[in-house]
Design a protein around this ligand. Structure first.
Ligand code: HEM
Ligand SMILES: [Cu+2]
Length: 657
């Protein structure tokens, strides 16, 4: 009896490595500390009422952002561990298997559990405020999306201490990810973690498309929408077409592993290349899902801090939409080496190169927006300016990779690693950082400290080039990706050392950011204007942080950059039309169901990971019950009476004077 418990425990808990043991101990301590603090300060009720059951888009946005910063920390630690291992030839810091796990978790976490939630956080915080709405179209679904993401991410992360991490790369190609080559549970954690959070992402895509189409303030026609909202719209269009592919692909992979079907096996009629095609039909659009909103952020920032209208609004919209369509026709550039022949490769090479055209249009639009503008070098603007050369180099190396015959040389080399980090860090990460700095005062009512922000900026930026430029050379010298160590004789040592130093400089940049956040919270220099950057769009017309109902009366929109135009008119002495009388405001009620239902999904996933149907099936029934309960709840909304709106407005505006 005792022996079988011991056997089970040794399979269940990840053991052996001191790094993992250390992490296990610190996770346990952190959890106990959190439980203690919540109980000691009697905060459980507050946590449940204010956060776990909230359907307020602003709070959901904040929760997304907190999670993504934690995930950036974990993904970043993974990155630095790998860089340490590669710093010198024949290093013996990580073993091969451990290295494989780390690049897999790093890739998955950075893209799916860092970039995606940071993006959704910004969607949530900004879009309803920018379009003059009181919430998203489906607030309940929005909360469900968040909690599905949260518990999916938890399921993925728990593999670090329970069962073992996946190690077949961030896209889990079979046959490596199949049962024969990955018999452990790590790959199941991968499938279920991504699957659960992926359903949440799909729901968010639907939610924001409906929000943008149906909830805009009166007068805001499509062509008067702020550019960030356009970018969210085009990103969500991609989400609703791409995420179902991911769901199906992972489901088929799971069937192969769980029931022994042969969709992607090498024998019995299966074909692993089918998986690779399918996963990239999602995977390539996915990179545009995350980069388009960054383009939107940069457009807002370029206009605001150059004090000029965005140059070429229409061409920008056209470029965004054409990128979202084109992104579906380039997937095979990830495996030109598959052997599909010259015609197929030529098609995908040309479509890939074609995407450079709308992207180039955007770069010129940003440059012309800044041209002759009165530029102020705030931190968001600095990230914006640094992004342009970085993204241009990344884009150009991308065009090099798209030359199919040349790609036979570059494929899976460090040249590729340098290229995609250049667009993912220089485009996506820098973009979201800029957005976070820009909208932070709207979220919390105070700015982040600019001085510390500039330190963070320089460490990240210089570190970036020091880390990734040498990798282009290493790639051309023949160093391939996912290599856990290399011989002294290869001569790759010095450049790798430089690259590692750059990686750690970015780590210091991150520490500065955390310090900056902590410092600014402590200082709490209130922004009483609601419009600290002299902004152009509607979110800056209301107090910060926005009141529960966002807009006491819905704004009447007349122009692109409506708020800017209204301010101009006011300066010219033209009085704004009198505000319409206040009316009771219709709001959604909080609900515990999204949290509980997603937690049940976690148990469904955990059960299937281990093949424990006794856990998975009851949890699945629980999910069904949650759906029924929601189906028959009729008391889901309420009205805020005028007197309360008046009180809240007086308070917020009072603070604003
Ligand atoms: C903070 C600085 C970062 C550093 C130093 C870094 C470093 C690395 C390293 C060393 C690898 C493994 C290369 C290999 O052995 O094949 C890697 C892979 C990868 N990174 Fe990063 N990375 C960083 C940030 C990011 C970000 C922000 C993203 C995405 C938003 C990202 C996405 C990926 C992906 C998708 C892979 C491929 C994983 C795989 O091969 O399965 N990285 N990175
Ligand atoms: Cu691609």
């Amino acid at each position: 009896m005792l022996d079988s418990i011991k056997d089970f425990a040794s399979e269940f808990f990840v053991t052996g490595d001191p790094l993992i043991l250390g992490a296990q101990v610190s996770i346990a301590i952190a959890m106990v500390a959190i439980l203690f603090v919540l109980s000691y300060f009697k905060k459980w009720g507050w946590l449940w009422r204010e956060w776990l059951t909230t359907v307020d888009h602003k709070k959901i946005g904040i929760m997304y952002i907190i999670c993504s910063i934690l995930m950036l920390f974990r993904g970043g630690v993974d990155a630095l561990l790998m860089r340490l291992q590669l710093a010198m030839p024949e290093m013996q810091f990580l073993e091969a298997e451990h290295y494989n796990q780390i690049f897999t978790t790093h890739g998955v976490i950075m893209i799916l559990f860092m970039a995606m939630p940071l993006m959704f956080g910004l969607f949530n915080i900004v879009v309803p405020l920018q379009i003059g709405a009181r919430d998203v179209a489906y607030p309940f679904l929005n909360a469900l999306s968040f909690w599905l993401f949260f518990w999916g991410a938890m399921l993925f992360n728990v593999s670090f201490v329970i069962g073992g991490s996946p190690d077949a790369g961030w896209l889990a190609y079979p046959p490596l990810s199949g049962l024969t080559h990955s018999p452990g549970v790590g790959q199941n954690f991968y499938i279920w973690g991504i699957q659960i959070s992926g359903i949440g992402s799909l729901a968010t895509g639907i939610n924001f498309i409906v929000t943008i189409l149906k909830m805009r303030a009166p007068g805001m026609t499509l062509m008067k929408m702020p550019m960030f909202t356009w970018s969210v719209f085009s990103s969500c269009i991609i989400i609703i077409f791409a995420f179902p592919i991911l769901t199906v692909t992972l489901a088929l992979l799971f069937l192969d592993r769980f029931l022994g079907t042969h969709f992607f096996t090498l024998d019995a009629g299966g074909n692993p290349m089918m998986y690779i095609n399918l996963i990239w039909m999602w995977g390539h659009p996915e990179v545009y899902i995350v980069v388009l909103p960054a383009f939107g952020i940069f457009s807002e920032i370029a206009a605001t801090f150059s004090k000029k209208k965005l140059f070429g609004y229409k061409s920008m919209v056209f470029a965004m939409i054409s990128i979202s369509v084109f992104s579906f026709f380039t997937w095979a550039h990830h495996f030109f080496t598959m052997g599909s022949g010259a015609d197929v490769n030529a098609f995908f090479a040309v479509t890939t190169m074609a995407i450079a055209i709308p992207t180039g249009v955007k770069v010129f639009n940003w440059l012309f927006t800044m041209f002759r503008g009165r530029i102020t070098f705030t931190t968001p603007m600095m990230w914006m300016i640094a992004f342009i050369p970085c993204f241009v180099i990344g884009g150009m190396t991308g065009v090099l990779l798209s030359v199919a015959p040349a790609d036979f040389q570059f494929h899976n080399s460090y040249f590729l690693i340098a290229h995609f980090h250049q667009v993912l860090i220089g485009g996506v990460a820098f973009g979201y950082f800029a957005g976070l700095y820009y909208w932070w005062p709207k979220m919390f009512g105070f700015k982040l400290n600019e001085h510390l922000g500039k330190w963070a900026f320089w460490f990240w930026n210089i570190g970036f080039y020091v880390c990734f430029m040498p990798q282009y050379v290493l790639g051309l010298d023949g160093m391939t990706r996912r290599m856990y160590t290399y011989d002294f004789d290869m001569g790759w040592g010095p450049l790798n050392l430089v690259s590692t130093i750059g990686g750690f400089m970015m780590g210091i940049g991150f520490i500065f950011q955390v310090w900056q956040i902590a410092y600014s919270i402590k200082k709490n220099q209130k922004d009483v204007t609601g419009d600290p950057w002299n902004g152009r769009t509607l979110e800056w017309s209301i107090p910060s942080p926005a009141p529960l109902y966002n807009f006491a009366t819905l704004p009447q929109v007349e122009a692109v950059d409506d708020w800017w135009e209204k301010k101009q008119k006011r300066e010219q002495g033209i009085a704004p039309p009198p505000a319409p009388p206040l009316e009771p405001i219709h709001m959604p009620k909080n609900s515990g169901i999204p949290f509980i239902k997603s937690l049940l999904w976690f148990f469904v996933g955990f059960g299937f990971v281990w093949g424990w149907l006794w856990m998975a099936i009851p949890a699945l029934i629980g999910v069904g019950i949650c759906m029924l309960v929601r189906q028959f709840s009729y008391d889901t909304d309420y009205y805020i009476p005028v007197s309360e709106v008046q009180k809240a407005e007086a308070q917020a505006r009072g603070a604003a004077l």
